[in-house]
Write a protein that binds this ligand. Structure first.
Ligand code: SF4
Length: 91
């Protein structure tokens, strides 16, 4: 059976493969880290005076009229939405 690795693998190749695996796992865990909307009572309308636009976790789109994102909740997040993790920005 042939292998693309020299036999035995050099220390440099082992290090490169290990770093690559670590980067891939880090990216995968970051992608999985967000909470689904269904788990946090997300709604597309504000809750009283509270809405995503004034939440510390909201990441607005370049065009403020478009849906943005959230640091902790998955999916597109319009500025007029709300969820149970809402935390008002200071100021
Ligand atoms: S945590 Fe909830 S309320 Fe705050 S921006 Fe994200 S989805 Fe909106």
């Amino acid at each position: 059976m042939s292998s693309f690795l020299p036999s035995p693998p050099t220390r440099r190749i082992v290090l490169i493969l290990g770093l690559g695996a670590g980067v891939s796992l880090g990216a995968a865990s970051a992608a999985l880290a967000k909470t689904p909307k269904s788990a946090v009572g997300y709604q597309t309308r504000p809750s009283g005076a509270n809405a995503c636009a004034s939440c510390t976790s909201f990441l607005p789109a370049a065009d403020p009229a478009q849906a943005g994102a959230c640091k902790i909740v998955d999916g597109e997040i319009p500025p007029t939405g709300w969820c149970a993790l809402y935390a008002r920005k200071a100021g």
